[in-house]
Design a protein around this ligand. Structure first.
Ligand SMILES: NC(=O)C1=CN([C@@H]2O[C@H](COP(=O)(O)OP(=O)(O)OC[C@H]3O[C@@H](n4cnc5c(N)ncnc54)[C@H](O)[C@@H]3O)[C@@H](O)[C@H]2O)C=CC1
Ligand SMILES: CC(=O)C(C)=O
Length: 248
């Protein structure tokens, strides 16, 4: 028996990075998975690799119309949604004084507004089942700021706030909402040329002395997605190899 048997899951940003790792694990555990991403080429290929229990649906997570379409398509393919992982996100390494307003707004739309839209439009579908689970992906930068991360930090603090609001608003529908706060994980985001130096400096400070692999985050997401966490809502779990001990 899988830990997600009979569950329908939507994972945003699942064409690559951590989202793809979550999708693989969810499929192994018996879920039906919608790989939701705006990278259609990678997303389609990946969903095909995952097999008949996966499908790709194109979405720009900052578009209201795309969310409506995603919910309709998911229900047509697999039925009502039980699990939503709001994972898609982008980074920007600029300071408060240097960032231009347009870039700031784009970051907020993709990283934060997307979480509001996802929860808002998936909620009616989740209510059709007995229970639901939403996992919102913040970051260490949703707990503490780091230099030159003005927009990213704002957006990830917003994810934390939106999670708290949804815990209160969705509890009566037996929908649980939790947030995770990853540290430094090996994906395209941390491999970018312009960020390598900053990332290396962070990794030096990690008590476990290494970067994390995506699968290590997927194990936590799986726990929140499954019924094993049936009485957990509003949890905020930092998963960072101990890095934030020295921030607190
Ligand atoms: N990699 C890291 O060290 C950390 C990452 N995070 C967060 O984890 C989440 C996943 O990050 P990674 O896997 O590292 O990133 P990634 O860059 O490897 O993957 C992100 C995925 O999101 C998709 N995406 C980007 N914008 C989109 C949009 N507007 N609509 C739909 N899909 C979109 C991309 O196509 C890509 O498939 C993000 O929210 C990120 O902020 C948080 C803490 C640390
Ligand atoms: C990319 C990110 O969220 C970091 C390094 O905190």
């Amino acid at each position: 028996m899988g830990r997600l048997d009979n569950k329908v899951a939507v994972i945003t940003g699942a064409a690559g990075g951590m989202g793809a790792s979550h999708a693989e694990l969810f499929i192994e555990e018996g879920a039906k998975v919608v790989v939701a991403d705006f990278n259609a080429e990678a997303g389609e290929e990946f969903a095909e690799q995952l097999g008949e229990n996966a499908a790709f649906v194109k979405i720009d997570v900052s578009s209201e119309d795309d969310w409506k379409n995603l919910v309709t398509k998911t229900e047509e393919l697999f039925g009502p949604i039980n699990i939503l992982v709001n994972n898609a996100g982008i980074t920007n390494y600029e300071s408060v004084q240097d960032i231009d307003y347009e870039t700031y707004q784009k970051m907020m739309k993709i990283n934060a507004d997307s979480v509001l839209l996802g929860m808002k439009y998936v909620h009616p579908s989740m209510k059709k089942g007995d229970t639901g689970s939403i996992v919102n992906v913040s970051s260490l930068a949703g707990m503490f700021s780091l230099p030159n991360l003005a927009a990213y930090t704002s957006s990830k603090f917003a994810v934390r706030g939106l999670t708290k609001s949804a815990v209160l608003d969705f509890g009566k529908d037996n929908i649980r909402v939790n947030a995770i706060f990853p540290g430094v994980i090996r994906t395209a985001i941390t491999e970018q040329e312009d960020t390598k130096k900053a990332i290396a400096e962070m990794v030096n400070k990690i008590p476990l002395q290494r970067i994390a692999e995506p699968k290590e985050i997927s194990n936590l997401v799986l726990f929140f997605a499954s019924d094993e966490s049936s009485y957990i809502s509003g949890a905020e779990v930092v998963i960072d190899g101990g890095l934030t001990v020295s921030y607190g």
